[in-house]
Design a protein around this ligand. Structure first.
Ligand SMILES: *Cc1c(COP(=O)(O)O)cnc(C)c1O
Length: 373
């Protein structure tokens, strides 16, 4: 019998858990509908992996960041009832307007100049193409700077085709932040002034605020993929992404010896090390290793937690497996970096980053295994 080919690192994506997460978020968004934010290649999981099952589960509105992402998504979801919004709005330099109608993409328009351009284009179409109007209620990043600015621009350009009014939370993962209530109030005022438009405000964490902003369309991303929308509290979402990395070698070193580049980490006792086949070239955050005297992340090997030690290399990381029985953590076995005993959020936090960054950085080098489809 030939040995099965084993990839150095395997990323497992559980599509059934993804769909269950969308259903849970859709219940939170009810009586409104629930969209799916699938920008950045479905938060790194693969747009082709995440979008079709969400459509099959009943999701009919999708948000991407860029028009290129929208075109890729349209190829996967040709159905006319799959609405695709492009969050970044009309790009200032490129002239993609024909693409919006050819691919049935709806831009999130966020300035008078954009709306003027869009209005002129939309008037030439047989059927006005859909668009969202993006109101900035506090992020100071994208969108009309005030309701008055939005109303004036809409009066001048004609908001033909616009069917959705949207805004975005600054701090919805911090339920006590007073900005949440302020943004909701500003958005409610805009909704009252523009009653013809459907409304969309809440991202993942927004759907878990104590005072739920119940508008027409929830807009979660991170929580779909298993990230915790309620940091500091138990995660209501199912695990979607698991990362398993093979152990290549183990070795004993003496107390006082170091491991990894620049000898940054020193063994305080006789230590057994396991070298794993993934590193920062696989998109792992360098902070998951030992950086500036700060302990790295913990990972799971043979059902036990082990710290990462030494600096992370391009293709390798080192774990301290001294506390495991020597029969465990042998070459060919795997370490679970996150998605098991260690959650995505914990791994990210102990790496000095956030789970969003870990997901969107997941490299193409991993073997990807899709389960639950
Ligand atoms: C990314 C994004 C979302 C989704 O946010 P999550 O925190 O991932 O749920 C929603 N709306 C806008 C405008 C976004 O940019």
């Amino acid at each position: 019998m030939s040995e099965p080919a084993v990839a150095p690192a395997i990323l497992t994506i559980d599509v059934a858990a993804l769909v269950d997460n969308w259903r849970l978020l859709a219940r939170r968004a009810a009586p409104g509908d629930c969209a799916a934010v699938v920008k950045a290649n479905g938060y790194g999981l693969g747009i082709e992996t995440v979008a079709p099952p969400l459509y099959a589960a009943g999701c009919r509105a999708f948000f991407v960041a860029q028009i290129g992402e929208g075109k890729a998504l349209r190829a996967l979801l040709p159905q006319v009832d799959a609405r695709i919004y492009v969050l970044n709005g009309l790009e200032a330099k490129a002239d993609p307007l024909a693409d919006y109608s050819a691919f049935h993409l709806a831009p999130a328009i966020g300035s008078a100049a954009e709306l003027e351009r869009w209005g002129a284009f939309a008037r030439l179409q047989a059927k006005p193409p859909a668009a969202a109007l993006h109101l900035d209620t506090g992020m100071n990043r994208l969108g009309f700077e005030s309701l008055d600015a939005l109303k004036a621009a809409a009066a001048a350009a004609g908001a033909s085709g616009a069917d959705l009014l949207m805004s975005h939370f600054v701090s919805s993962e911090l339920p006590d932040d007073p900005l949440n209530a302020l943004q909701i109030a500003r958005f409610e005022a805009a909704r009252a002034a523009l009653p013809r438009l459907k409304t969309s405000l809440a991202n993942s964490s927004g759907l878990f605020l104590p005072r739920l902003p119940a508008f027409d369309l929830g807009r979660p991303g991170y929580a779909l993929y298993g990230g915790n929308p309620t940091p500091g509290r138990p995660n209501p979402m199912k695990t979607v992404v698991t990362l398993d990395v093979a152990i290549q070698q183990t070795r004993w070193i003496q107390a006082g010896e170091t491991c990894g580049y620049n000898g940054q980490w020193t063994a305080r006792r006789r230590t057994r090390l396991a070298t794993l086949l993934a590193g920062y070239a696989d998109g792992l955050p360098r902070g998951a290793g030992f950086v500036e005297a700060r302990d790295g992340a913990e990972i799971e090997i043979a059902g036990r937690r082990c710290p990462l030690v030494g600096r992370m290399s391009m293709d390798l990381i080192i774990a301290d497996v001294t506390d495991l029985p020597e029969t465990a953590a042998q070459p060919g076995e795997t370490a679970r970096l996150f998605g098991g005993a260690v959650s995505l959020d914990e791994f990210a936090e102990r790496s000095g980053t956030i789970g969003y960054t870990v997901l969107t950085g997941l490299s193409r080098r991993y073997a990807r295994r899709v389960v639950g489809g």
